[in-house]
Design a binder for this molecule. Structure first.
Ligand SMILES: N[C@@H](CCC(=O)N[C@@H](CS)C(=O)NCC(=O)O)C(=O)O
Length: 205
């Protein structure tokens, strides 16, 4: 049985969304990073980085959210979530790595300084600078999504899920999408998928 480690209000959300898209049976082990559980010896034996998400797929241990989702989609994809052409597979890796390197940090910076930190700790200048940084990668997404409905073409794949799951923080980060209408529409469509809704529900439990 697949085990998914990490509370849903962590990056484990991405993996829970993927598991729901794939219709997988899984055990959710709600390891809470905020209470130090990720630094306990038993957990460090699974992921020496002390971070969630981690999966245990019948004894195969894997960490790093994007790698986990690419693995799960490739192993269990029945409905085209994982591309069949080598070039499309490579583009799924491209978008996943790009999301982590070009988008995740500034979105997080904006979210922390506008929503997570206490009022006195927030740095409005840092949040504004982070949002400004996002204009470049958002322009890239807008250009692609002006030509195709999804990142790899005409249907939803792991590439969309991975990038959209990073951008799920854009709402609490209060990012203004008015200059990026295609991106805003794509993100809304991704977020409204039943599997995404079901994963968000887990954040409220
Ligand atoms: N690059 C990793 C980052 C994982 C990560 O930073 N997870 C956070 C929760 S969202 C965590 O477990 N932090 C606990 C800690 O660093 O002590 C991934 O995408 O899986």
């Amino acid at each position: 049985m697949l085990k998914i480690y990490g509370v849903a209000r962590s990056r484990a959300f991405r993996v829970l969304w993927m598991a729901k898209e794939l219709g997988l049976d899984y055990e959710h082990v709600k390891v809470d990073f905020a209470s130090g559980q990720t630094r306990e010896p038993g957990f460090l034996a699974l992921n020496p980085n002390g971070q969630v998400p981690v999966i245990d797929d019948d004894g195969f241990i894997l960490w790093e959210s994007m790698a986990i989702n690419l693995y799960l989609a490739k192993k269990y994809s029945a409905g085209g979530l994982y591309p069949s052409r080598l070039e499309d597979e490579a583009r799924a890796w491209q978008w996943s790595l790009w999301g982590m390197t070009e988008v995740e940090r500034p979105v997080l910076t904006a979210m922390f300084n506008r929503a997570i930190l206490s009022e006195s700790q927030r740095d409005a200048t840092a949040a504004a600078a982070a949002e400004k940084t996002l204009a470049q990668p958002f322009g890239v997404l807008e250009g692609v999504l002006a030509r195709t409905s999804h990142l790899l073409g005409d249907h939803f794949t792991v590439a969309d899920l991975n990038v959209a799951s990073i951008l799920a923080w854009a709402r609490p980060a209060q990012i203004d999408f008015s200059a990026f209408p295609k991106l805003a529409e794509w993100l809304k469509n991704c977020a409204e998928r039943p599997a995404a809704r079901a994963a968000r529900q887990l954040q409220r439990e």
